[in-house]
Design a protein around this ligand. Structure first.
Ligand SMILES: [Zn+2]
Length: 268
């Protein structure tokens, strides 16, 4: 990650065009354009200058900012991006007190719409207690913030392991073909750790090789698919026999297995 937003990766998910570009040290910036309505949302606002540069390069006009959680590296750009007006800031009602001023407060279980597209909001406590993620069931797109990463998950700054496991278990119910746009480029280090847990997982070995190649070429590992995570991510796989066995917790509740995997990652 070199913080060069000139290099934008485009992903088309049904009627959505989604731009991925680096921000700050290791954050990802995302811009989502609905080709039906022309609406354009930034998902989190790690850095105004990079997001403005991407908007300018794409010729897009920002209409929305969707916030996942209150950490500075996800909200810092909000004020500047809103300075010209015309931008609707969306975030969790339950965490509104710690977020920038919200124009639309959303609640898990109450769908919101981006143009004509349904957006489901899930509470995913763990990294922070007020963290939410955005899922568009039509094009099967998930913005997972700092809850789910490629082969990783967010650190437990506020929530418990039990809460975070519940969050990941909720996301695990989404379809394998879901495209996952995650908050940070931690993929190489996550892959390295994942190998400690499942050294013989062939899907993991293949993914780590792909990751090394992508990063060596200056590419981005985002987005991934939920299917890839279900096959290779040791955190979301805490309910599998393979991961339980590797941390010597065969037969234990998945939340206990998850807590042990998270503890090992924190110590690495
Ligand atoms: Zn965070």
């Amino acid at each position: 990650m070199n913080g060069n937003a000139d290099i934008i990766k485009m992903t088309t998910c049904g009627p959505l065009e989604i731009a991925t570009f680096p921000c700050r040290t290791d954050n990802y910036g995302y811009l989502m354009r609905d080709t039906d309505s022309g609406l354009v949302a930034a998902v989190d606002a790690p850095e105004a200058a990079q997001i403005e540069a991407a908007l300018s390069q794409l010729g897009w006009t920002l209409t929305h900012i969707l916030l996942t959680h209150h950490h500075g590296d996800h909200i810092e750009g909000v004020e500047q991006l809103c300075a010209g007006g015309g931008v609707t800031v969306v975030g969790a009602k339950a965490d509104a007190v710690r977020l920038p001023k919200l124009h639309k407060q959303v609640v898990a279980g109450q769908p919101w719409r981006f143009g004509d597209h349904e957006v489901r909001i899930f509470d995913t406590p763990g990294h922070t207690v007020g963290h939410i993620v955005y899922y568009l069931p039509g094009p099967k797109v998930l913005f997972s913030g700092d809850t789910l990463f490629a082969m990783g998950c967010g650190r437990l700054f506020e929530g418990t392991a039990l809460q975070m496991w519940g969050s990941l278990a909720t996301l695990k119910e989404l379809p394998d073909e879901t495209t996952v746009f995650f908050g940070h480029e931690y993929t190489a280090a996550n892959g390295d750790f994942s190998l400690d847990i499942e050294p013989d997982n062939p899907d993991l070995l293949a993914r780590i090789a792909d990751t090394a190649k992508t990063l060596a070429e200056g590419g981005y590992t985002a987005p991934s698919t939920l299917g890839e995570e279900k096959r290779t991510n040791p955190f979301i796989r805490a309910d599998t026999a393979a991961v339980a066995r590797s941390v010597s917790l065969v037969g234990a509740d998945a939340a206990i297995v998850f807590a042990e995997v998270r503890r090992r990652k924190d110590r690495k």
